[in-house]
Design a protein around this ligand. Sequence first.
Ligand code: OSB
Ligand code: MG
Length: 376
Amino acid sequence: MLTIDAVHLREINMPLAFPFETSFGVTTTRRILLVEIESEGLTAWGECVAGEHPYYSDECIDTAWIVTENELAPRLVGQEVAGGCGCPELFRQVRGHRMAKAALENAVWDLEAQKKKLPLADLLGGTRNVIPCGVSIGIQSSPAALFDKIEQALAEGYQRIKLKCKPGWDTRIFEQVRTRWPDILLSCDANSAYRVRDIDHIVEWDEFKLLMIEQPLWYDDFYFHSMLQKRLETAICLDESIRNRRDALAAIDMESCRIINVKVGRVGGFSEAIAVHNATAERGVPVWCGGMLETGIGRAHNIALSSLPNFSLPGDVSASRRYWAEDIIEPEVTVSARGEITVPDGIGSGYTVLRDRIEALTVRRRTVRAAARVMA
Ligand code: OSB
Ligand code: MG
């Protein structure tokens, strides 16, 4: 049992090393909610992956802050929890807000690993010592700029290139990339930028032998993706649509996709991410770990999750320096020339959180202690 003594919330502001453009806009600086949980002299961190705006999902940092401070942290402090797997029950009364819940739950898993003196990856059920890595490359100002980015990522060893796309930055781009690199593992991610009227257009992409087409249609859809998947040879991968294990089962049964992107924040924490992993593994559907432009804290948690056996495709978990001039963990995450990250074997996340650097980036903070506990 772990007794939770306090939850500290902070917002840090951190400029990205390179702007990141998707079908919903450009991000240049991240505003990130970090939580730090104190328990019996131990401390662990969690990162909330909600964005600056409610564009990728209906959560954003400001909703996550309010829900964490007013609802979730008060349900956790002063409690005895068995470990990370006890969090979903404590948070059950609060609907949605899965990214806010995940930040706290993941920190509790990290605490549990520390208390049991285990690597977090082992506690989660991980079996891999190294994980295969890909990159997600944003929309660029020109095709030439994109080709430079691809060339660089391939030179660094990354095993899969994912191109962000949207109407006007799609077929012509894929064609040029395929002509130049006929054999690389290539995929695309539309972040819901297309509609049913675009189905004939999307079907043309079969000729580019993409590994997958990620979330082409609505962010909350299964039915129309299933219609599209029937027309495609290429696998659809769902990201936004999959909120939990039940969604994964529905999508698999309806044949809305053949691959699933698991983001621990999007599904509400490690417990549900493991449930999605197990359900997909039983049905022979491969998964990979998505990214949300995380700092080292979230990245370390993604690495631990990616060590589970059904994470068989390269994830969007890549090196710290692709995102940040200076990360907030040590050592920073690096990728080998073979395009792999070594899963750390130290206790807990296996990385050291750089408190001084976080302090310098902090723009607001709040502490929730046991006295503030909500009686449910
Ligand atoms: O859809 O995978 C996505 C970043 C922000 C929001 C959504 C997505 C992404 C990425 C970046 O693709 C992945 C990364 O962290 O490198
Ligand atoms: Mg995606």
